[in-house]
Design a protein around this ligand. Structure first.
Ligand code: HEM
Ligand code: HEM
Ligand SMILES: [Fe+2]
Length: 480
């Protein structure tokens, strides 16, 4: 993939080149995310590991902020990639887009270096501006926050103006409206208040309304586009599903935010609102699951009936990751989310490793998968390959990463279960109970297995990078 710009067959399509630039940074940050996750996982087992060199708090912070940032990069990359296809015109202002890319990338690098070099210190007005804001997942300091807003405005302008200039497909209409909401929500997490309940109240507007509303709709649009491109699904069918998904996702996800308002000092009516609407959230995820498999089965069936052999997919690595998305989204967000979404259950599970189990499977299943799929679509275009086929490396990456993340999820679920039983139910959730529960064999063994499965995930990641770097050139050579 690193060489793909030089050897690309985009025929001067600058928007797609820009998309590839974003994909490259995304994959590097994904690697960094995993490495810092491994450090944090080892620190659960050996608390003194890298103490005062790279503390747990910093390793964890870089792990989850890198996660968000690589996903946003891959999302922007995907939009720049699909934009010329959907609108039928070249993206306006690609030069501005490139400028935005470099500003963002330099800013991200500085922010991460500051996290690593300045690990401890007093929380002051200056540290909010220069070091970080202390809001989990979106910890960028204020100067970077403002920079991000400017860069995102440039990006949004590019998308919006191209949309207005070109064709207005259903997919792009959803994309343009949804991106406005997605970008606008970021601002809810930017202002400072010293009231922790208020701070959390607004912070969830970003985190929850991203992952359980706007990001999910984004996934819907990507899947719709990819299904048309990869298996030749009918646009009318795909777009009809998309509109239904949008309705159901927003219908359940927006008020579903109440499931984070059970214990932070918000009024008690949120218990009922949060329970009801968040319990409905798995419904659209089931719909999305059915939709992908339905379209795939239908197009494959038509091809078989016409006597064609082999798969209908012209890009099996991308399709595999998108099918994985259908499963992962449903399992990680739908099932693991539903487990702890009712207040009667959440009172026991809140703040245990159960949450981390759900966090891993959902972010991976709902987002990492489809974004990796989009990278394979990018490569197919970059090398001008009509039919991109999975290689041994593609399959190893797919298997090891999925197995590793599932393994980590199961280990963390067991750790969380043990915490619920011992720390919460038996010992009454006190200070001491917290520590006693973490010394029990089930907990310690689960943390060990999480670390082992983390290594499996990382080996899968190495296969993934190796595949991304070679699959395009190999496919092109095989054809020539
Ligand atoms: C792809 C979509 C989703 C992603 C990426 C996601 C991710 C996460 C993450 C990372 C957390 C932990 C946040 C923290 O640090 O405090 C969390 C919390 C939670 N999620 Fe999800 N989630 C998704 C969908 C869902 C769905 C559909 C449900 C319910 C059906 C759900 C229910 C919950 C609940 C109840 C919590 C609060 C846990 C607690 O603090 O006790 N999530 N989610
Ligand atoms: C090498 C593999 C990985 C390892 C060893 C690892 C390890 C960790 C550790 C130790 C934490 C801190 C948990 C805590 O504070 O109790 C964490 C948090 C988190 N990780 Fe990972 N991780 C890995 C991969 C991933 C992947 C692939 C994703 C998603 C795509 C992910 C998403 C998250 C999230 C969302 C959190 C915050 C969870 C929460 O607070 O509820 N991690 N991870
Ligand atoms: Fe939520």
């Amino acid at each position: 993939m690193l060489t793909s710009i030089k050897t690309n067959s985009f025929e001067g399509n600058k928007s797609r080149e820009l998309g590839m630039m974003y994909f490259r940074v995304a994959i590097i940050l994904f690697g960094a995310q995993l490495l810092f996750g491994l450090v944090a996982a080892i620190q659960f087992l050996v608390p003194g590991f890298l103490f005062e060199v790279l503390d747990f708090s910093v390793a964890r912070m870089v792990h989850i902020n890198a996660l968000i940032v690589w996903m946003l990069y891959a999302m922007i990359g995907s939009v720049y990639y699909m934009l010329p296809d959907e609108t039928g015109v070249e993206t306006v202002g690609v030069g501005l887009g490139k400028l935005g890319f470099w500003v963002l990338t330099v800013a991200v690098t500085i922010v991460v270096l500051v996290y690593i070099f300045v690990q401890v210190g007093a929380g002051t007005e200056a540290s909010i501006w220069l070091i970080h804001e202390g809001r989990e997942y979106i910890e960028a300091p204020r100067w970077a926050d403002i920079g991000i807003v400017v860069v995102v405005l440039l990006f949004y302008w590019n998308v919006f103006a191209s949309y207005m200039k070109g064709k207005q497909t259903g997919i792009m209409t959803v994309m343009v409206a949804n991106l406005l909401a997605l970008a606008g929500l970021y601002m809810a997490g930017m202002f400072f208040t010293d009231n922790i309940s208020m701070d959390q109240f607004w912070w969830w507007w970003v985190i929850h309304l991203w992952v359980e509303a706007t990001w999910e709709v984004f996934v819907g649009t990507l899947a719709a586009y990819a299904l048309i491109k990869i298996i030749g699904a009918k646009r009318e069918v795909v777009e009809m599903w998309l509109w239904i998904e949008v309705l159901m996702l927003f219908g359940s996800g927006i008020l579903g935010m109440g499931h984070h308002y059970f214990w932070i000092g918000t009024p008690e009516y949120w218990w009922e609102i949060g329970a009801l609407f968040s319990a409905l959230e798995p419904v659209p995820l089931i719909a999305m699951f059915v939709h992908v498999l339905y379209d795939w089965g239908k197009e494959q069936g038509i091809a078989d009936a016409e006597g064609k052999t082999g798969t209908v997919a012209n890009n099996t690595p991308a399709l595999s990751w998108i099918v994985m998305n259908a499963f992962g989204n449903f399992l990680g967000a739908g099932i693991w989310g539903f487990f702890h979404t009712l207040p009667q259950v959440n009172i026991y599970t809140h703040g245990t490793q159960f949450t981390a189990a759900h966090g891993h499977l959902s972010f991976f299943g709902a987002y990492a998968t489809i974004l990796i799929g989009m990278m394979y679509m990018g490569l197919q275009g970059a090398y001008g390959v009509k039919n991109l086929k999975s290689t041994f490396k593609t399959k190893m990456a797919l298997f090891l990463i999925a197995f590793g993340v599932m393994g980590m999820t199961i280990a963390l679920t067991i750790a969380g279960y043990e915490q619920v039983l011992i720390e919460r139910a038996e010992l009454g959730a006190g200070w001491n109970a917290f520590f006693v529960a973490q010394e029990m064999p089930w907990y310690v063994q689960a943390q060990l297995w999480r670390a082992v499965m983390g290594v499996v995930t990382f080996i899968g990641f190495i296969y993934l990078v190796w595949d991304l770097l070679t699959i395009g050139a190999e496919a092109k050579k095989a054809k020539a």
